[in-house]
Structure formats: structure tokens, C-alpha cells
Design a protein around this ligand. Structure first.
Ligand code: ADP
Length: 274
């Protein structure tokens, strides 16, 4: 090793490069190139994914125009248009969320986030979507927990997990959202009895735009961005997200975030606990 060398670039100019330095520089460049490739891929994917609903809406508008004599057909096309524009809105929203997350790295001004509130919002939002499917969403675990982070991001992550659990479950099943503390971390688990994830796909589901065989989902929804948002939120908070799943039986997603150890609200809960 060479003590006192201020930086790789300076060294590169003043002295012949040792093989380890060359390697480090090459690795740096490789990483840069990989990051750049990921960014280019993302832009290409975004344009592709946006074009699909936009194209569909355009075709439906034409079809509606041509079918103006047939009120039934017009209604059908209008309903389809509604679905496609919802999908487009969801895509745009999630793309914005993702790019904001990257800009936000590391977290600015983290604060105490009340998990009960976050879970209530996530469950309420998904309960509306569950609608005709009759999915019961139960919550349990340790009440009054707080995590240290960004409320908007934590809400986005938990909402995505609950929304997925509902989307990928059949009627008459239960989704459970539960929390517990483990060594200064808070674990939020979302357990479903849904279709599960094939073991050879499980490594890929956190990739942007990746969807397990979209044909197996009856609903048109889904962007393939939800879990990449969850993964980013976990990363910006110094936490992690894990998944356990059996195809045909269900999945459990566990998001681990740092617990908030601020003084104020926890004092009362502590006394009650003892
Ligand atoms: P999507 O918008 O398609 O739900 P996500 O990034 O949230 O995108 O998830 C990626 C893919 O992982 C989904 O398309 C689905 O195939 C699979 N997946 C995610 N959550 C679940 C779940 N709870 N049960 C079964 N499959 C899931």
C-alpha cells in the first residue's frame, strides 16, 4: 500500500500506476458505466411504458368517434379509456416517486413517523381497491411504534406492499399487516394468501418494470414499479425488504426500518407496558 496518497486521480498523474490502482480505476469506470447504462435503460423503459397507455387511449378515442351511433359501444370504449388513463396516472405518479427517491438519497431531515397512522392510510387506500373482491385486511402487532425517517416515503412503501397483497390475492382471503420490534429495528410484515411468486422469479421482482408473467394477472393494473419504490425507501432509510413466498399459497413481505428512540411519546407507552 502507499500511505499518504491523497487521491487516485492525483496519483495517476504524478506516479506510475500500481496494478491495484489500475484495477480500482477500472472498477470505478465500470461502475460509472453500469450506473449510466441503468439510467439509459430506465429512460428507454419509461418511454416504452408510457407509450402503451397513451396509444391505447388514442385508439379508444378513434373507436369512440367511429361508434358515435352506437351508445352501448361508446360506453364500453369510455370505460376502457377510464382504465387506461388511471393506469397512465399511476405510472406517472410512480415514476415521479422513484425519481424523487433517487434525488433524496440520503434522507433529508428524518423525523419520527407513527407507524399506526401509516398503516391506517395504506389499509384504507387498499380497502377501496379491494372493493368487490371481499378481501379482509387485518392489522396487528405492537401498537404505538415509531420509525425514524420520511413519512411520505414510508407511507408509499407500506401502501405499495398492501396494494400488492390485495392485487395478487383471490376473493375471500385475508391480508395481514403486522409490526414488531427487533433490536432497534421495526419490522412491518404484509402477509397474503394470494397467488405467490415462482421461486425462479423472486430475485427479479424488485427490478424496475419487472412483472411476473403479466398474463397470469387478470387485472390490467400494475406498473412493475411498486417494489422498486419499496426497495429504494428501504435503502434510503438504511433498512431492507425481504420476501418469502410459496406459489399458490401466498407471500410475506417484510420491510425493516430503524426505530425512533426519541424521548417524548414513548415514555407513557413504556409505563403501560410494564
Ligand atoms: P406491479 O405494479 O406489477 O404490482 P411491483 O413492482 O409492485 O409491480 O411488483 C412486481 C411483480 O411482483 C408483480 O407484477 C407481481 O408479479 C409480483 N408480486 C408483487 N407482490 C406480490 C404479491 N404480494 N403476491 C404475488 N406476486 C407479487
Amino acid at each position: 500500500s502507499r500511505p499518504g496518497v491523497p487521491s487516485r486521480h492525483v496519483t495517476a498523474r504524478v506516479a506510475p500506476l500500481g496494478s491495484r490502482l489500475v484495477l480500482a480505476l477500472v472498477e470505478d469506470r465500470t461502475r460509472e458505466r453500469r450506473v449510466e447504462a441503468v439510467r439509459r435503460d430506465f429512460v428507454a423503459n419509461v418511454s416504452h411504458e408510457l407509450k402503451t397507455p397513451v396509444g391505447a387511449i388514442r385508439l379508444l378515442a378513434e373507436a369512440m368517434h367511429d361508434a358515435s351511433e352506437d351508445p352501448e359501444a361508446v360506453k364500453r370504449f369510455a370505460d376502457r379509456m377510464h382504465i387506461e388513463s388511471d393506469r397512465l396516472a399511476q405510472l406517472v405518479q410512480q415514476i415521479i416517486e422513484l425519481s424523487r427517491l433517487q434525488a433524496d438519497d440520503p434522507l433529508e431531515t428524518p423525523a419520527a413517523v407513527a407507524l399506526d397512522d401509516v398503516i391506517a392510510v395504506a389499509v384504507d387506500t387498499s380497502a377501496i381497491d379491494a372493493g368487490s373482491k371481499r378481501i379482509e385486511i387485518l392489522t396487528g402487532g405492537t401498537p404505538g411504534l415509531q420509525v425514524y425517517g420520511n413519512e411520505e416515503q414510508v407511507t408509499a412503501a407500506v401502501s405499495n406492499l398492501v396494494a400488492n397483497a390485495v392485487s395478487y390475492s383471490e376473493s375471500d382471503s385475508t391480508v395481514l399487516v403486522t409490526t414488531k420490534v427487533d433490536e432497534g429495528s421495526v419490522e412491518i410484515s404484509v402477509v397474503d394468501q394470494g397467488i405467490g411468486i415462482p421461486s425462479d422469479e423472486i430475485d427479479r421482482i424488485f427490478e424496475r418494470f419487472y412483472r411476473v408473467d403479466p398474463a397470469r394477472h387478470r387485472s390490467t393494473g400494475g406498473t412493475g414499479l411498486g417494489l422498486s419504490i419499496v426497495k429504494h425507501v428501504a435503502a434510503t432509510h438504511g433498512g431492507e425488504v425481504r420476501v418469502w413466498s410459496v406459489e399458490g399459497q401466498g407471500s410475506t413481505f417484510t420491510l425493516t426500518l430503524p426505530q425512533y428512540f426519541g424521548a417524548t411519546p414513548r415514555e407513557d407507552t413504556k409505563q403501560e407496558d410494564r
